[in-house]
Unconditional design. Sequence first.
Length: 276
Amino acid sequence: MSKLKIYLSALSSVTLMTCTAVNAQSLIPYTFKDGEVISADTLNDLFDSIRRVSEGFSSISQLEGTWNCTTYDLSGQAPTNGMPNTQYAVDNATGLYAVDQEWVFSEGGKKLTVDKVILGGMAENNTGGCGGGTSVPSSVYSAAMFGPFVGLAGVSPGCVNSNSFVLDVRRLTPYKFVAPTKMAVVSCEMAAHAPEAPTGLTAAAASGGVALNWTANTDLPTGYKVYKKTNGTYQELTTVTGISYVDTSGVAGDMYRVSAYNANGTSILSAAVLVK
């Protein structure tokens, strides 16, 4: 396992000697390189991201919205001709039978509507009682949170009245969770969310000011916001649609960060860079 060595400096920054690289979609939003200088602000955001994910969802309202979910069946059972579980197909990545669904939490997260099949796995969908044959109407469940657990009780149609679960919800990132449902596991990602934090930010002093460049986000944000540290806090300088900006007032010693935004919100700020 990589070791992390931190040295305090007069700039309230630290030098990271080694750090394990992580994907931007993980609970740790930054990737650092050997010898890279990172600010206390970046560390605080890093620790806050880890804290929020490790604490999980604190209220049912945090589930409000549409989630793209995949249910993986672990029973080894095959679909039955003419039954709703024929909606399941073999997932190439896992070799398990799986079905993609849309989970919609509404009314402050207290109502869940799912499509295609009822909650559970192959066994729960091995009956034609919900609409008959392979046709299953959207099913509605009431939802309530009990610590890390989400209780789901079938409401309608009548065939789901006994189709209830207690999900042990594990939050993987601000926008992803997994949970077991008897002999199945469901994995969900929020359909619409703010972009991930930009990466690869660099700052170089030149005769015309400070040239900033960063890596384009793969989740295609609307644009980026550029921030400069002034009087101890980061102030927004401008918004751009590209992946570069020149601050004509910038000088050595200035610090910058960048965020990405779309119609759903703004990402956390990137790791800070110091102009040398």
